[in-house]
Structures are given as C-alpha cells and as structure tokens.
Design a protein around this ligand. Structure first.
Ligand SMILES: *Cc1c(COP(=O)(O)O)cnc(C)c1O
Length: 441
C-alpha cells in the first residue's frame, strides 16, 4: 500500500513548534514523519524504518507498542480514564505508589507529569520542609557543574548547561554548582575514585560555608547524561550522602534518565548503597507511553507536613496528578521487569552489543569509549563543529536514530533488541561515523 501522509512534514513545519530545535534547520533537514512504531523500530510514512537507538529520548524502555502495556492501557481505559486526586483515589495510583515504595524504600509518592515538574516538586518540598521545621533560611540549592534537571523556569535553576539556560538566566534564581566527579576529569595517575573524593572535598568546602542557607543538593547518580554521558564512581554518592547528613542538607537523586535499569541496577543510587531523601522519576516510568513523573520521599519529610494547618501541607496542584491511565502504564512497565527478568537479560544483551560495537570502540578516532549498564558512549576526535547534526543525518540514511551530544556519540537502546537490531545499531553507527568523518576538509 502506498504510504499516505498528505504533506505531513510541510503541515508540521507550518503548525508545530518542535522542541530542542532551531526551526530554520528544517529548511535543509525536514523532520521525519513517523506513522507507527513496533519494538525498537520506528516506521516512517515514507515506508522507511529506523532503529530507535536512543529509546526516543530515553523513554521507551521496552521498545514501542509493547503488547503488555497496550493491553493494560486498553483495560484501564474501559474502567477509569481520570479522576482528580484531591479528595479521591484509585487502584492504579495506590498500587503504583506501593510498588515504588517497595522498590526504593521511600514511600509517599507525589506525582507530576514530566521530569522538570519532578525536579520542581522535590525542590519545593525540600525548602518547605525546612520552613516547616523552623529553618526558613534553608531555601537555596546546589547541583553539579554540567547538571541537567529539566528546563522549566524552576528546574533551570539547577540545570547547568549553557545552551539551555543562557537566554532565560534573567528569569531564573540560579543555584550554585560544585565540581562534577566526572571520571574523565582524572589527572594522570588518578582513578575514578580519586576524582570522586576530590569532587566530594569541593562539595564539603561549599557546604561548610553555605549549609545554613541550603535546602538540598541535587545530583544525577552515576551518569550526567545530558552533559555527554559523563560517568562517576559510586564513591561520590556515598561521600555526598555522608556530607548531606553532616551538614543537614537534603540529598535529591534525579533518576529521571538513569532509573529503571538503565545503569544495570533498578536505580543508579543503589550501586552506592545509599538512601537519598528524595528520588525523582519520569522518562522510562511509563515505558514511553504516557507522560508521568513521581517524587518519592522519606517518612521524616512527610511527617513535617502532617498538620492541622493547610498552609503547612505540600501545595502543588497539577490537574492530571496521578492520572489512572499513566499509573496503569507504569504498573505494566514494572511488571515487564519481572516477566522478562529484564535486569539479568540486559546483562547478556549488553555483552552482545559490546561485541558487535567493538570496531566502533576501537576506531582510531574514538576516545574514551565507555559503558554503564545499557548506556554506551564514545567521544569522537573530530574538527567538525557540527559533528552531531551531520552524524545524525548519516545515521538516519542508514535507518538508525542516534543524536550525538556535541562530539559524544552515545546509544541508549530499548531493552528489546534482537540480533538484527544489534547488527543494525553496531554497523549503522560505525558506517555513519566513517561517512561523517569523510566530510572533514
Ligand atoms: C530528561 C531529564 C529531565 C527532564 O525531564 P523532562 O520530562 O524532559 O522534563 C530531568 N532530569 C534528567 C536527568 C533528565 O535526563
């Protein structure tokens, strides 16, 4: 059958403002119209198919249109689409909250719709906690250099990526940053643990001076993804936990990108054996079906809001809070981790991908090849200032979706790649690299 798209691309350019995009670029490289998606494959309206090597911005953990999640959503749609969560409750939100509590050891799930909202909820809760406990001066935040926690005006306060924040800086109450424990910053002879200790010492110096006005320290545990898949040693999280205890500052772990098995464990902070005060979740939470985020916190934080006075309660009113469909999709996603024994299956799959990607890892222009769990990254030694855009284009012509961050090529594939998909990823990524490097003058 002839694909039918009725000029979808032109209509999109006329009517839709696309995210993270300079729209003028689309004059040369129009967006690709997708008609349907199945497993790790996106199918274009032009009949082409593309392997989704980055899980559509890191959300489609089990690929697209997974029948288990689909069936759960259809069932839920026949029962309860939505009800406001103020004054009401329902089975999907209760069951999801119970399961997240069992997985993390933190109860009291508060829901939002996206990652940036989760960041803002955690920051608001932390500052309000200190206010409720008689220390209103503790209202500021600190994060890591190169940190990414979302792009709304509140979340930008703790996002330290210049391109996202420059134009909006005057609107934002910028938080301070402390040095990143990025293992790549190791001096000759230094280990990743040494870098972690050095960065923790800088955090300590900062806290010594500012703890009395600081509510929380926010960190992406183990991988600063948006910074270019910068990895750090779990030792940093252990030291940060101890420092936050000593200086009475909350520890917020942003697991929005790294949660749900991405780093090899269900949650990244678990590799450090620590318990944070807040966990932010989103992205993979619903397996890429519906927008949902959650903030989990401790009994101690919850108790500080429990009062006769409404103003001492946590006030954050979002119309779709705890939407039943989204919660049901999240429950189905969590069920898939058990049904597919996903964390173990990923270990085998990751080795398979490692083997297939060996020529890329050993490419003479690749530096600092690294992997953690189901995240691969390769820094490319290139003079091309627009390497990322060119690479993306070459990968697309090979039926592969990869979007480098600067000169860092990375893959964050769905957990459901078969042999054919692994080969497409490995050979497409390598061929696209060679084709891009040929454009260097
Ligand atoms: C994507 C991301 C966010 C923001 O999530 P959105 O749903 O895009 O608002 C926050 N933190 C981290 C670590 C992320 O990767």
């Amino acid at each position: 059958m002839q694909p039918k798209h009725d000029g979808l691309v032109a209509r999109s350019l006329a009517a839709v403002w696309h995210p993270c995009t300079q729209m003028k670029r689309h004059e040369a490289q129009p967006p690709v119209a997708i008609a349907r998606a199945q497993g790790p494959w996106l199918h274009g309206t032009d009949g082409q198919r593309y392997l989704d090597g980055i899980s559509s911005w890191w959300v489609n953990l089990f690929g697209h249109s997974h029948p288990h999640i689909q069936a759960a959503l259809v069932d839920q749609l026949g029962q309860l689409d939505h009800v406001m969560l103020a004054g009401f409750t329902h089975a999907p939100v209760v069951e999801l909250s119970e399961r997240l509590a069992a997985l993390t050891g933190l109860g009291h799930a508060f829901y939002g719709s996206d990652g940036a909202a989760a960041t803002e909820i955690a920051l608001k809760m932390s500052a309000h906690y200190w206010r409720n406990t008689g220390r209103p001066a503790k209202s500021r935040f600190v994060g890591l250099a190169g940190g990414y926690h979302g792009e709304t005006v509140g979340a930008l306060a703790v996002t330290d990526i210049a391109i996202f924040r420059e134009a909006y800086a005057p609107l934002v109450r910028l938080a301070d940053t402390v040095p990143s424990p990025d293992a790549h910053g190791a001096a000759p002879g230094e280990t990743a643990q040494d870098v972690a200790r050095r960065a923790a010492a800088a955090l300590e110096a900062w806290l010594q001076e500012h703890h009395s006005t600081t509510a929380a320290f926010i960190v992406e545990p183990l991988v600063q993804c948006a910074a270019g898949m910068a990895l750090h040693d779990p030792e940093y999280l252990r030291l940060a936990r101890a420092l936050c205890n000593r200086y009475e500052v909350h520890l917020v772990v942003d697991e929005i990108a790294v949660g749900f098995g991405r780093t090899g464990t269900m949650f990244a902070h678990q590799q450090a054996g620590i318990r944070p005060d807040f966990i932010c979740l989103s992205k993979g939470l619903t397996g890429g079906t519906l927008p949902l985020s959650a903030v989990l916190t401790t009994d101690a934080v919850y108790a500080a809001f429990y009062d006769d006075d409404v103003a001492r309660g946590f006030l954050h009113s979002h119309s779709y809070t705890g939407n039943p469909l989204a919660c049901r999709a999240a429950l189905a996603t969590l069920e898939l981790f058990e049904q597919l024994d996903a964390l173990n299956a990923n270990k085998t799959l990751a080795q398979h991908i490692d083997t297939a990607c060996k020529p890329l890892t050993q490419h003479p222009r690749v530096r600092h090849a690294r992997r953690l769990g189901m995240i691969w990254a390769w820094d490319v030694d290139t003079t091309l200032p627009d390497f990322a855009r060119r690479y993306h284009q070459h990968a697309m012509t090979r039926g592969l979706v990869l979007r480098p961050i600067g000169k860092t090529l990375y893959a964050m594939p769905p957990y459901v790649l078969d042999d054919e998909a692994v080969q497409c990823l490995a050979s497409g990524a390598l061929d696209a690299l060679n084709a891009t490097l040929q454009e260097e003058s």
